[in-house]
Design a protein around this ligand. Structure first.
Ligand code: NAP
Length: 276
């Protein structure tokens, strides 16, 4: 299917993570030029640069730091010109359960700094780049979470940072058109997805059984489920009249228990189940 993404310049934050690596490969296979932003991990991205040396660059940046985000976009513009698509995908979730009455202020501030301020800074310099290189179309995809929709006890820092994506979505969809008249902003909210962020939980069969009690399809996602939806929302050919929308990719999850424990039958170690 023609996506129109050939030669489009896509900047992906969190490109070194589970969903980010999948995104980088998917856009590169569409013929896009990719600026893959990472924080600390480089191993997988080096392989990608080796495989697509003319189409991809990798740039290190801590998205909490404005100087580094500014430099990220400067390096991207120097390599491939205007950034047409930003996937604001970088994020963290503290793996430890922390009730609010015991949550360290530093943890709260750091989660908000990466997930919310980091997304703000990424969007800020993306929009500056749109002002500098005027063109008709542009696409920003924000990455939230089902935790931002339904809340998550013991993870209020994370769920709050992800709920805030909706405010950015509804504001920025109205701003982007002043810089790119056909510009679009959309939000994807992944549910449980097997990546380094969630693998400790998703490799624990007791936890997976509890999770699957809340998902009609009785399976968790793989990174391709999320990346394919993001690709669709990035493409002006496929989704050119879709803006301001939040797409939840979570097998129908709605934040409540739907199945009794005995109705869940695990078949694999990544949350796949019998569909009885
Ligand atoms: N996996 C899930 O179940 C799930 C569910 C809902 C939403 N999400 C969301 O999906 C997005 C991708 O998550 P994932 O599952 O792919 O997680 P992941 O594998 O842990 O990847 C996270 C990415 O964020 C980057 N990152 C972390 N701190 C950063 C910082 N200070 N500056 C710049 N980059 C930073 C990491 O970079 P380095 O590795 O280079 O340090 C990595 O590339 C996140 O926004 C996450 O909240 C995931």
């Amino acid at each position: 299917m023609e996506t129109g993404l050939k030669n489009k310049h896509v900047l992906i934050t969190g490109a070194s993570g589970g969903i980010g690596i999948e995104l980088a490969r998917l856009f590169l296979s569409e013929g896009s030029r990719v600026t893959a932003a990472y924080h600390r991990s480089t191993t997988e991205l080096k392989r990608i640069i080796h495989d697509w040396p003319k189409q991809a660059i990798m740039v290190g940046a801590d998205i909490r730091n404005e100087t580094e985000v500014k430099s990220l976009f400067e390096q991207a513009n120097t390599a491939f010109g205007r950034v047409d698509v930003l996937v604001a995908n970088a994020g963290i979730a503290n793996p430890e359960r922390a009730p609010i009455n015991q949550m360290d202020l530093k943890q709260w501030e750091n989660t908000l700094a990466v997930n919310l301020t980091g997304t703000f800074l990424s969007a800020k310099y993306f929009f500056q780049n749109l002002g500098r290189f005027r063109s008709e179309c542009a696409s920003l995809i924000l990455v939230g979470s089902t935790a931002g929709l339904f809340g998550e006890a013991w993870f209020c820092d994370y769920s709050t940072s992800k709920a805030a994506m909706y405010g950015l979505l509804m504001s920025l969809k109205n701003e982007i058109v002043h810089l790119a008249p056909k510009g679009r902003v959309n939000l994807v909210n992944p549910g449980w997805t097997l990546t380094p962020m969630s693998e400790d939980t998703l490799k624990d069969s007791k936890k997976v059984k509890r999770i699957l009690q809340t998902i009609p399809m009785r399976k968790t996602a793989v990174p391709a489920d999320i990346a394919n939806a993001i690709l669709f929302l990035s493409s002006d050919v496929l989704s050119g009249h879709i803006s301001g929308q939040a797409v939840t990719i979570a097998g129908g999850m709605e934040g409540r228990v739907l199945f009794a424990p005995e109705e869940i039958h695990l078949t694999g170690d990544s949350g796949d189940s019998d569909k009885a």
